[in-house]
Design a protein around this ligand. Structure first.
Ligand code: SAH
Length: 265
């Protein structure tokens, strides 16, 4: 897959592409990344990429024309029969989640537009942007961090990228975990500051360990994200054993959590 990133600050991506386990995905070309700086497509001696906002107010707005030229160059470079979607990172977009990351991770990629300043001339968004994605209900100073979040999440889902094949399937939100939250993790030493490790994990008994992890996932999801538990229940992912475990939880019993969740649905 190929991502073409329109950004005024391509240099901020460098550490992401060369560090950690996901670096394999970029180096092998499984996730191809190309950068396009609107400044290289701007006109005049000053290569202007922004200007004051019509109607007044503080802050600058990214000009539509250099972005259009960037996009034209990208379309030519990609040589596609089906044009890849143009994604604009914006606080008004759909919040990024596991479901959409999974879709992107099996797609042909996209053109990712990172805004800066007050944002981008709305006419460019209206004409060329297919989808807006937000990282959450807060404001960043640029779309680059959001683009990196998407790239990183997509890269770790590529086959063979994580050391342990399939280990991402045991991560929170993954359908292999029925969309539940991950269970807690422990490592050496066995006693740290007087705290021991849950004995189930030390038992060496695979079925007991798997059951303990499942129950911790259920407990955490019931406590923290009851709506995820309810979706798992509605799609028939909770066994009778799961339900009886949830019933005996002191707080956030299965009934209480389904009550909260159904209000949200
Ligand atoms: N005036 C805008 C914020 C501009 S911040 C508003 O109030 O909605 C500058 C740029 O940072 C945006 O154009 C966008 O590309 C990026 N950005 C800011 N917050 C973001 C978020 N929560 N998710 C994704 N991108 C964001």
């Amino acid at each position: 897959m190929r991502f073409d990133i329109i950004t005024l600050f391509p240099e901020v991506f460098a550490p992401l592409l060369t560090s950690g386990i996901t670096r394999r995905a970029y180096e092998s070309g499984l996730v191809e990344v190309h950068f396009w700086n609107p400044r290289d497509h701007a006109e005049g001696n000053y290569r202007r990429v922004d200007d004051r906002s019509f109607g007044g107010g503080p802050g600058m707005v990214m000009l539509a024309e250099p972005l259009f030229r960037c996009l034209t160059a990208i379309r030519a470079a990609r040589q596609e029969t089906h044009p890849a979607p143009v994604v604009f990172f914006s606080p008004i977009g759909q919040t990024l989640n596991h479901g959409s990351v999974e879709q992107w991770s099996s797609s042909a990629g996209a053109v990712l537009l990172c805004g800066r300043y007050e944002g981008v001339d709305q006419r460019f968004i209206d004409e060329y942007v297919d989808q807006q994605i937000s990282l959450g209900d807060f404001v960043l100073s640029g779309g680059e961090i959001a683009a990196m979040a998407l790239l990183d999440a997509v890269a770790r889902l590529q086959p063979g990228v994580l050391g342990d094949e399939g280990s991402h399937q045991l991560d929170s939100f993954n359908p292999a975990l029925d969309g539940l939250l991950d269970s807690p993790h422990y490592t050496r030493p066995e006693v740290w500051q007087g705290h021991t490790v849950p004995p189930e994990l030390m038992s060496g008994h695979h079925a007991h360990i798997a059951r303990w992890r499942r129950e911790q996932s259920l407990r955490l999801t019931a406590q923290r994200r009851p709506e995820l538990l309810e979706s798992a229940r509605l799609s028939g992912k909770l066994s009778r054993q799961d339900e009886s475990f949830l019933k005996q939880l002191p707080h956030g019993s299965s009934e209480a959590s389904s009550g909260t969740a159904s209000k949200k649905l």
